[in-house]
Structures are given as structure tokens and as C-alpha cells.
Design a protein around this ligand. Structure first.
Ligand code: AMP
Length: 472
């Protein structure tokens, strides 16, 4: 499907209902405003934007959104779309499941030149994994309904020759992973001279994976006078350094994942000894009977081992024997990874054992349970793992197994999300009922500092102004 002129794909009504629920939950409070980077301007959610026709979009775009059943812009959309249409560089703090793909892609679609006028890529969307590239591509296809848009995916694990052919045939938008995209740039099969927009989606994860050198080389190979949008659930110092170097006077929009996780996802922990982890997991699965669960492990080998142990053990337990299991990690080939994700999405899988790298960014709204079999070493990974559930307003629950020497990690996570996790145990008979024992870790209760500024007047380069002007 990649590389063809994109066609409208029918969305199901179910997603729409979920989104309406999501909005009812998230449109109430304004997103937290970030003081973070002193060089960027924080923007408050313009809560008066409740319809897409308030966003100065073209009739074709509005028709496409209607066709998709998108009625109300999500908070990240209500803020990113106007700022991006004005040509600003953007730092957007949001996780997947909040409508962020449409937030950055609607403005791109509005400003794309027709293929016959410019057959070399105009917009580049960099994502951390092949799966996410495919997912973003699907959303791009849906949004491009009604306007012929040529888009291709440049991700590893797929045929190079096919990608080169797609680029030669003419492409307006490229969605890709940094390694493969840079490979094409080096071979000169991907010409960057006409790129006017670069999106770094899930930027924090791209850096975690080690894509920083490739990202920097790509950005240096792109025209200086481009628009850059960086989307990230978290803004660790390394990301802030990147934004200082490669973004120009960015508008900072914060609909951060922390807030979402705290609001909709119940989060608990089990205090366990290392040898008791597996029996605890079995008891938990028995008690919870999850609709769909992702169990996170730290290592690829640990993931394989746990999957094998579960395969053996679950067969012996009548109420769990029917659970369909799979595992996923970076050592698996692309075809197997694609199959596992397709099965998860279609509901053919009940339990997925995964490492962080591949578990990230995947938009599967039916995941009801997250189990951190190994507590993540990095606080940001916690936010991303937990964000795999509670998507688009659905309820979710996350459990974290903590051994005695992992107490400081739990405290660090709690400080990071500004929430005390409830302690759970099997002494409590009721399903999902919290144990009475209190977690004594300390949290910083102070609310984040607010910086209230609404889309400040900005100095824009001539080229960007011309692009914006030609649209109006
Ligand atoms: P994302 O955060 O981009 O992964 O989007 C999550 C899901 O929400 C996708 O299935 C989108 O198609 C859907 N979505 C995005 N924006 C809207 C909207 N305004 N109304 C309804 N659904 C939406």
C-alpha cells in the first residue's frame, strides 16, 4: 500500500465514540503549561476551539474530517494546528492516542504543493519504529482523503529497491525511521532540497534507541528555512538540547502524557521477591482476566523466556488456558513483528510480552492491562509503557512489580508522574481492589508552574510567510 496515491479508508464508528468519551474527559481542564525550556513559549489551550471549522481549514480538509467522523479537535489538535499553520516551529508534548498525528499532519496537508508542481519530498515525518511508521502512514492516508497525496514509508526491514522506485515516481510526504531515511539521503535517492517541514515524532524514544546521530545528520541535510515540529511525551535534557540547536523560536504546547496517565489509568505496584515474580504474574492474570494485556520485560532474552514459561504454565490453568500469547522484541524479523502487531490490533492476541523498544507508540485501543514485569529503569519508559492502555479515553490499569532493591526506582517514577502508586497484594480478595498498606514514598505535590502566553507574535522567514500567505 505504501507509496501509492493514498485513498480514504473507512473508520469505524467505535473509534469515534471512544474519541467523544476521550474529549469529555480531556477537554475539561486546560493542559498543564510547561515552564521547562526558557527559550520556548508555552501556550495555553484555547478551550474555545471545539470544532474543526474554527481552525481556518480548507473546505477539502473539513470534508475529509467529516468523512472520518472527526467532529471535535483534541486538545493537542486545537493548539498545534493553528500554530503550525502560522509557520511556527513547535514542541508538542503528547503521547500517541491523543490525536497527535492529525495535529501535525493536517497543517502539512493544508500547505503541500501539488505533486506535479513538486515531485520531490516536501514533508518528512521521522518516527522511532517501523510499526509506528506504518501506523502514521495509515493515519496520513485517512486524512488525505479528497486530495491526491503521494506518501511513502522509508523504514528498515523493507525492500530498498521498492522504496527507491517510490521516491523516483514522485513523493510529497515521507514517513520513515531515521536509519533508513539517512541511508536514502546518503545514496541521494531521497532529495531533501524541497523539504519545508520536518516532524520528529516520539522524539524521546528516537533518542533512547540511539537515533540521535542519524537525526542530527538528517536535520543538517534539510533546508535551514524549514518548519520543524517535535512531538515527545517527555522532554529530557537531551531533547531540550536538540530543540535549542534545531528549532527556531518554538511554540511549546504541553498535553503531556503524565497528565493523561494520572487521569485515566489506575496504577498499582506489587512488592515482590525476584523468585516470586512469575507466580505473582500468574495470580494476577487469574485475578484480572485481562481483555488484552501487554507484559513488559527489560531484555529481549527475558521476553523470550517469560513467553515460554507462560506458554507452559497457562496451559495447566483452566481459566487461562485459552489466552493467546505472543512476544515481540527487536531481534525478531520485520515480518514476524508486523504479524504480531496485526494480531494484537485485530484482537487475535490476548497477551503480548514485549520490550520497550517495540512496545512504544503503538495505538491499540483495546489494551486493558499493562504489567511491568520488570520495572523500567527510566522514568520516561514507565510513562510510555503505561500509555499503551487507557487509549482514547478508555479505562486501563497498570501494575508494576517492584523488588526490594528497586524501591528507589519506584520513588523516582512516582516523583516523575507526581502520583503515589497504590500498593496491591493478594491478601485482598476483591478484583482490582487496592490493599490498605500505604506506600510511604514522598511526592512533590507542587503544581507545575504556569506560563500563560498565547501564540506570541513571531518573526518568520520570507519563505514560510509566502507559504502561509499562498494558502489564505
Ligand atoms: P494518534 O494519537 O495520532 O495515534 O491517534 C489516535 C486515534 O485517534 C487514531 O485512531 C485517530 O484516527 C483517532 N483520532 C485522531 N483525532 C481524532 C478526532 N479529532 N476525532 C476522532 N478520532 C480522532
Amino acid at each position: 500500500m505504501s507509496g501509492q496515491h493514498v485513498k480514504y479508508e473507512k473508520r469505524n464508528v467505535h473509534d469515534k465514540q471512544l474519541f467523544v468519551f476521550y474529549l469529555s474527559v480531556f477537554m475539561q481542564p486546560n493542559p498543564t503549561l510547561e515552564s521547562g525550556d526558557p527559550d520556548s513559549s508555552a501556550v495555553e489551550n484555547p478551550t474555545d476551539i471545539s470544532r474543526f471549522d474554527q481552525l481556518d481549514l480548507s473546505p477539502v480538509m473539513l470534508a475529509a474530517l467529516r468523512k472520518l467522523g472527526y467532529e471535535t479537535p483534541s486538545p493537542i489538535q486545537a493548539q498545534v494546528i493553528p500554530a503550525a499553520l502560522d509557520g511556527n516551529d513547535i514542541i508538542g508534548q503528547a503521547r500517541t492516542g491523543t490525536g497527535k498525528t492529525a495535529a501535525f499532519f493536517i497543517p502539512i496537508l493544508e500547505l503541500l504543493d501539488p505533486l506535479r508542481q513538486c515531485p520531490t519530498p516536501q514533508a518528512l515525518i521521522l518516527v522511532p519504529t517501523r510499526e509506528l511508521a506504518e501506523q502514521v502512514y495509515q493515519e496520513v492516508c485517512r486524512l488525505a482523503y479528497g486530495c491526491k497525496t503521494a506518501c511513502c514509508v522509508l523504514a528498515g526491514g523493507k525492500h530498498m529497491r521498492r522504496q527507491i522506485r517510490q521516491l523516483q515516481e514522485g513523493t510529497q510526504v515521507v514517513v520513515g525511521t531515521p536509519g533508513r531515511v539517512y541511508d536514502h539521503i546518503q545514496r541521494r535517492t531521497f532529495k531533501t532540497s524541497r523539504l519545508w517541514c520536518v516532524v520528529l515524532d516520539e522524539a524521546d524514544r528516537m533518542l533512547d534507541i540511539g537515533f540521535r546521530p542519524a537525526i542530527e545528520k538528517i536535520l543538517r541535510a534539510c533546508p535551514k528555512d524549514r518548519q520543524t515540529m517535535l512531538l515527545s511525551a517527555t522532554l529530557p535534557p537531551e531533547i531540550q538540547r536538540l530543540t535549542k540547536r534545531y528549532l527556531e523560536d518554538p511554540v511549546h504546547i504541553n498535553c503531556s502524557s503524565t497528565q493523561v496517565a494520572v487521569e485515566t489509568i489506575e496504577q498499582r505496584y506489587f512488592s515482590v521477591k525476584q523468585p516470586d515474580k512469575f507466580p505473582t504474574l500468574i495470580k494476577l492474570l487469574k485475578r484480572e482476566q485481562p481483555r488484552q494485556a501487554i507484559i513488559f520485560c527489560r531484555t529481549k532474552r527475558g521476553t523470550d523466556r517469560l513467553k515460554m514459561s507462560l506458554d507452559r504454565e497457562l496451559r495447566q490453568i483452566p481459566q487461562l488456558a485459552k489466552l493467546r500469547l505472543a512476544c515481540i522484541h527487536g531481534d525478531m524479523n520485520q515480518r514476524d513483528r508486523d504479524r504480531v502487531f496485526a494480531d494484537l490490533r485485530s484482537g487475535k492476541l490476548d497477551v503480548l510480552v514485549a520490550t520497550d523498544v517495540v512496545g512504544r507508540g503503538i495505538d491499540v485501543s483495546t489494551v486493558s492491562h499493562i504489567i511491568n514485569y520488570d520495572i523500567p529503569l527510566d522514568c520516561d519508559d514507565y510513562v510510555h509503557r503505561v500509555g499503551r492502555t487507557g487509549r482514547m479515553g478508555r479505562e486501563g490499569i497498570a501494575f508494576t512489580f517492584v523488588t526490594a532493591d528497586e524501591g528507589p526506582q519506584l520513588t523516582a517514577i512516582e516523583l516523575n508522574i507526581n502520583l503515589l502508586l497504590e500498593r496491591d497484594s493478594f491478601e485482598e480478595a476483591t478484583k482490582s481492589a487496592p490493599a490498605e498498606e500505604e506506600n510511604t514514598n514522598v511526592v512533590d505535590d507542587e503544581p507545575p508552574k504556569k506560563k500563560r502566553r498565547l501564540f506570541p507574535a513571531k518573526k518568520k522567514s520570507n519563505d514560510r510567510l509566502a507559504r502561509v500567505g499562498s494558502r489564505r
